[in-house]
Design a protein around this ligand. Structure first.
Ligand code: S3P
Length: 445
């Protein structure tokens, strides 16, 4: 990633009502998957509404380096001519995934099923994140790390399997990235590859594989889990993919509208896949006014228009089994909790420690420096809501886009402005965040 040496700080101050209608950018998870499956399919894949954020653009570059033809054909419109399952060419230089764990881990899976060697790298944040969780199952399928990878970290070189083996794999943590890596490697294996997860994670890979012609089934497993069976060596055919708006990006204007007095906001085409809507469920339990217009499914994923009105919020307890459906939203939920009356307890947040930053620690720091009482107890986060936030703090971004956006949202309703040290990383997932929020009435300067 080419972030400048100089950081770009920004301050958010108490803003009037946020009003208007916007469509936040395309879903990041679906955008990565559309490019990767397009590259593994035969024929042309046409994608509309692609997220043109740095994370996804790095995946597009990686697909090109692996032999697919990837072209931008219009605004957010992309075309991919794929090479077929198992058909990746060996890249001539290292694949750089920048800040993106999703891009890196999914492509590791896709490469693991091909008889090629590729080097994976990323920025300082990605280099600090655990890769063994993906490399372990890929090793069972026949892929090997041939260089680097000390401590399970990037940079590392992965040699894909000449004859990948189908496996039955129980994921040790609820992670769509681990599940997807195994399934993408399993595409090239003969027979059935099975992933069993104790808690269901987002199922975009499964839905999209089916859309591209793979034979794949998903069944309930236990109280909250799923069992996924994929038949290997399908002929994936190019497909049309319409990317709905990203609920994880919508989360920022949603919470901003809830806390900025008098706000009334419309958000179009927000994906409402139930494995992504834990935040909406939680906010509604807190008393949020969020109405869902008619749900459409013409994109293969459900989506709806959301109407969000400023609301008085109260503290709630968020159960651990809800975590996979809102794993990227706890930072901004913690902001809502700080403006609520009463205590919010968010349980089972261990996975937050291995995101773009240690988000458990970063959330506590962000709130504390702005005068909010907060505690980490084991894997739980406890926020004492007092109906208002003093503000006045400078928040460290830690190369994490969601910290920057959450802190700026907090500043829109806090007593004193909130400053973030660096907004550059917002470009990884929500390049237009600042102008879009300003257009809605946010005071960001
Ligand atoms: C993602 C899965 C989640 C999430 C990430 C996107 C995906 O990560 O945090 O932003 O697209 O599969 P984990 O698989 O590590 O939970």
């Amino acid at each position: 990633m080419t972030h400048s040496e100089h950081s770009t700080p920004l301050e958010a101050r108490a803003s009037g009502p946020l009003t208007g209608q916007v469509r936040v950018p395309g879903d990041k998870s679906i955008s990565h998957r559309a490019l990767i499956l397009g590259a593994l399919a035969v024929g042309e894949t046409r994608i509309s509404g692609l997220l043109e954020g740095e994370d996804v653009l790095n995946t597009a570059k990686a697909m090109r380096a692996l032999g697919a033809r990837v072209a931008r054909t219009g605004d957010f419109a992309w075309s991919v001519h794929g090479v077929g399952v198992g058909g990746f060419a060996e890249p001539s230089s290292a694949l750089d995934f920048g800040n993106s764990g999703t891009g890196c881990r999914l492509v590791m899976g896709a490469v693991a099923g091909c008889p090629i060697t590729a080097t994976f790298d990323g920025d300082a944040s990605l280099r600090s994140r655990p890769m063994r969780r993906v490399l372990d199952p890929l090793a069972l399928m026949g892929a090997r790390v041939t260089a680097g990878g000390e401590g399970g970290r990037l940079p590392l070189t992965l040699a894909g399997a000449r004859d990948p083996l189908p496996i039955v794999y129980r994921t040790p943590v609820a992670s769509a990235q681990i599940k997807s890596a195994v399934l993408l490697a399993g595409l090239a294996a003969p027979g059935v590859t099975t992933v069993i997860e104790q808690e269901a994670s987002r199922d975009h890979t499964e839905l999209m594989l089916k859309h591209f012609g793979a034979e794949i089934t998903s069944a309930r497993e236990g109280a909250h889990g799923r069992r996924i069976d994929l038949t290997g060596q399908p002929e994936l055919h190019g497909a049309t993919v319409v990317v709905p708006a990203d609920p994880s990006s919508a989360a920022f204007p949603v919470v901003a509208a809830l806390i900025a007095e008098g706000s009334d906001l419309l958000l179009s085409d927000v994906m409402t896949n139930p494995l992504r809507t834990g935040l909406l469920t939680t906010l509604r339990e807190m008393g949020a006014s969020i109405e869902e217009g008619e749900v459409r499914t013409d994109t293969g994923e459900p989506m709806a228009r959301l109407r969000v009105r400023a609301s008085r919020l109260r503290g709630v307890e968020v159960p651990p089994e809800r975590a996979p459906s809102m794993i990227d939203e706890y930072l901004v939920l913690a902001v809502a909790a700080a403006f609520a009356e009463g205590t919010t307890i968010m349980r089972g947040l261990h996975e937050l420690r291995v995101k773009e930053s240690d988000r458990l620690a970063a959330t506590a720091d962000m709130l504390r420096i702005n005068g909010v009482k907060v505690e980490i107890a084991g894997d739980d986060l406890i926020v004492e809501g007092r109906g208002h936030v003093p503000g006045g703090g400078l928040v460290s971004t830690h190369m994490d886009h969601r910290i920057a956006m959450s802190a700026l949202v907090m500043g829109l309703a806090s007593d004193r402005p909130v400053k973030v040290d660096d907004t550059a990383f917002i470009a990884t997932s929500f390049p237009d965040f600042i102008p879009m929020m300003r257009a809605l009435g946010a005071e960001l300067a």
